[in-house]
Unconditional design. Structure first.
Length: 726
């Protein structure tokens, strides 16, 4: 039992069996066509055992089938009418459950040949006729004692933690069920709790035990007649059930909806693998293997919790073996190539970086995508070697580009979760960049969101360490899991890489989440990269939301080193180009000598204020008010200092409408342009404009739109002022 101590559980079979033994209600079945022999034996054993009798094999079989659980021994005569002892033995031997009941054969003296035949048929001992009282008693008692000890051992083999069958007993039972119900379709389902090890590590073995016990109970309750389940090992459970319709299946494949008393687990998920309509000629462990195989394919796929075994997968197994056999040579022979996919700065269309993505040019299978081999390497740990190889290739390329005087952009490499099991990871990365003389800022590390979700202290510490040493950390596939947004600010991250899913499904709810996430990351001072950008529409939406960088086929596919070098020559822009691009639209306000223009932000949400500030602060001086009243009070004293007001309409104490009304009564205030920065709701824009606002900018804010609006407002205000003077 790999996990924990024994939990006190009611192990039904064990207890009923034990109670039976204690009460002395063990039954012995005497089978003999001779009435005298029957009564003799009965008489001899009465008192200590309960006696049942049968006159022939057939009758005995009937009794046995009815009461097999109670009968602890059979005394069998060989020569009988209807069904003789040999036939009886043969039938019993074929039946898993019946064959566990010991049979002692009663024979005439010196019948060696007969005895051998019976032993072959499964009898355990002999009683020579005529019966000798002492001998009969001794042999029966001894045999029953032996059996009970063995039986008790067997019973203990029931998993004490969950009370479910042990793995071996489960296999035995599966074989038996299939034998008895040859034409019934059955499914083998395995279930595994994701990240269970963390429960054990973080909450302790006792909590882990409680979770397993709870899971066992739930699986047990789901079993119908003729269905069984087991804990195979650790947190891996198996159910052998009738092939079922969708309704029943959805019952079987439960997820954590309730909480285990006293155990808090974050987002617990159970992954299921199903081998449907099992081939009954296959040994039960093979069935489990197939279900596990299916399940392993969806490990760490967020949102996919059930996988069904597909026969075509067996072919994949073969390929997998070949892949695993050839991986080490492949590394030595440089069959792995690094491809680069550019990342663009969304604001000025310049290449801002690249992601290194590995490819395998396999001598037999040809070009292979990471999806074909990375999951395998993650399972067997080879990924760490491969990742290090890729990082080194990237450093080598960066060094060469530097020496050749090419434009350098930061390159992101992928860091697998497995890599963090190496306690020297940080030193190794530092040593690598030092050895190639690479500026640490040029190596970005992409770490998948799920690594953070595990919240393993050691990993977070390593990432902090790397970040302090100057490497930029990007959280990959953000949004594919369920990281809690509220811990984001505490994690060592510089960049959020938004999962492609955000873009793929064009539903408006997904879009609004996208907008929210981008706003949030601005507030947290994180840059955002959107990956998988394929269309112009996606790009426009991302621009509107204020995303910083984009990566995707719309711009460029991953390409090999030579292609990437040519691409960079053609597309990379100089710093000068970049400046031209920005100034073409927005002219940085001149500050030489004069003070900066001041913008008043009236907005109750701190997050929105921060976002606006982050967009404006490089160019303007900012004053903040958290409601209309504060803004009004400030303006009464300082109206002449404010160039533009950014006004939210929904605020406590005094909202935007009230503010606009009050403002209209003061000449100096009334001259300051107002930009409404509220959510567009029904007539609110119309109302605001009627009350004298000048412009409306909806959320999420787009920096260039905001800057240009302010710029034009200020220009216009000045024009108006000078007009008035004339
Ligand atoms: P990822 O880190 O999420 O990488 C982005 C994947 O999206 C890449 O797939 C890239 O080719 C693909 N992609 C880029 N733009 C688009 C687009 O516009 N549309 C679509 N549909 N896809 C796009 P790729 O190269 O097949 O890599 C798959 C995954 O394999 C990567 O996902 C990453 O998790 C893993 N991987 C790749 N190279 C390495 C490596 O060197 N080490 C490790 N540990 N993992 C790697
Ligand atoms: Ca990546
Ligand atoms: Ca990704």
């Amino acid at each position: 039992m790999p996990y924990g101590k024994n939990v006190n559980i009611d192990n039904n079979i064990f207890h009923t069996y034990y109670a039976k033994v204690k009460k002395g209600s063990r039954k012995i079945l005497i089978v003999d066509d001779d009435a005298v022999s029957r009564s003799l034996l009965s008489h001899l054993l009465e008192g200590r055992y309960e006696i049942l009798t049968a006159e022939n094999g057939q009758e005995a079989l009937d009794i046995l089938k009815r009461e097999s659980a109670e009968i602890c021994m059979v005394l069998l005569d060989l020569l009988m009418p209807v069904m003789d002892g040999y036939e009886f033995l043969r039938i019993v031997r074929e039946d898993l459950q019946l064959s566990m009941i010991p049979v002692i054969v009663t024979t005439a003296k010196d019948q060696e040949e007969e005895e051998i035949r019976c032993l072959e048929l499964g009898a355990v001992d002999f009683l020579p006729k005529p019966y000798r009282m002492e001998l009969v008693r001794c042999r029966v008692d001894r045999m029953i004692h032996l059996r009970e000890t063995a039986a008790i051992l067997n019973m203990v083999e029931r998993d004490p933690l969950t009370g479910l069958y042990t793995r071996d007993f489960f296999y035995l039972k599966v074989a038996q069920i299939l034998q008895d119900h040859k034409d019934c379709p059955y499914d083998m389902i395995v279930a595994d709790m994701e990240r269970f090890k963390i429960v054990n590590e973080r909450l302790g073995v006792e909590a882990g035990d409680r979770v397993l016990h709870y899971m066992g109970e739930r699986f047990k309750k789901l079993m119908g007649p003729g269905e069984i389940c087991t804990r195979l090992h650790d947190d891996l459970f198996a159910m052998f059930v009738h092939h079922s319709d969708a309704q029943r299946r959805s019952e079987l494949l439960w997820q954590w909806d309730e909480v285990v008393p006293g155990v808090t687990i974050h987002n617990p998920v159970i992954k299921y693998g199903i081998y449907e309509n099992v081939n009954s000629n296959m040994p039960p462990f093979g069935m489990c293997d197939r279900a596990v195989f299916a399940m392993n394919r969806i490990k760490r796929h967020y949102g996919v919790n059930v996988a069904i075994y597909d026969h075509s997968l067996s072919k994949d197994i073969l390929k997998e073996h070949q892949i695993l056999d050839s991986m080490e040579d492949a590394l030595k022979e440089h069959q792995f190539l690094v491809y680069y996919q550019p990342k663009y700065d969304i604001h000025n269309d310049c290449i801002a970086g690249a992601e290194a993505l590995v490819r395998w040019i396999h001598p037999e299978f040809g070009f292979m995508s990471p999806a074909d081999f990375i999951p395998l390497f993650e399972q067997n740990g080879f990924i760490s070697q491969l990742d290090f190889y890729v990082w080194e290739e990237v450093c080598r390329d960066l060094k060469a580009w530097k020496e050749e005087g090419r434009t350098l952009v930061p390159v992101s490499v992928n860091v697998s979760r497995i890599d963090f099991s190496d306690p020297h990871l940080v030193e190794k990365i530092v040593e690598l960049t030092d050895r190639y003389g690479i500026d640490r800022e040029l190596l970005h590390l992409e770490v998948t969101e799920s690594v953070y979700m595990d919240e393993l202290w050691q990993i977070i510490q390593m990432l902090k360490d790397l970040r302090e040493k100057g490497f930029k950390i990007e959280m990959d596939d953000f949004g594919s899991g369920h990281s809690s947004l509220n811990v984001l600010s505490e994690l060592p991250v510089d960049v959020l890489k938004l999962d492609m899913k955000f873009l793929q499904e064009g539903s408006s709810s997904k879009k609004s989440i996208l907008g929210f996430v981008i706003s949030l990351s601005k507030w947290l001072n994180l840059k955002t990269v959107a990956e998988g950008v394929e269309t112009k529409q996606q790009l426009v939406a991302l621009k509107r939301f204020g995303c910083d960088y984009v990566q995707g086929y719309y711009y460029a596919k991953p390409m090999n080193r030579q292609e990437f070098e040519i691409y960079m020559e053609e597309h990379a822009r100089t710093e000068e180009d970049k400046r031209d691009y920005l100034t073409a639209e927005f002219q940085e306000p001149a500050v030489n000598g004069k003070r900066k223009e001041t913008i008043l932000i009236a907005e109750d949400s701190e997050m929105n204020r921060e976002i606006l500030k982050s967009m404006l602060e490089p160019y303007y001086h900012i004053v903040e008010a958290t409601n209309g009243k504060e803004a009004y009070a400030y303006l009464k004293k300082h109206a002449d200092e404010i160039s533009v007001i950014l006004l939210d309409m929904m605020m406590p104490v005094m909202d935007g409408f009230q503010f606009l009304k009050k403002r209209s009564k003061h000449k100096e205030m009334d001259e300051i342009p107002v930009i409404i920065t509220s959510e567009l709701e029904e007539d609110s824009d119309l109302m605001a404009l009627k009350l004298g606002a000048d412009r409306f900018i909806g959320k999420p804010y787009q920096q260039s739109l905001l800057l240009l609006s302010i710029q034009n407002m200020i220009k216009w205000k000045k024009v108006r002022k000078s007009d008035k003077k004339k």
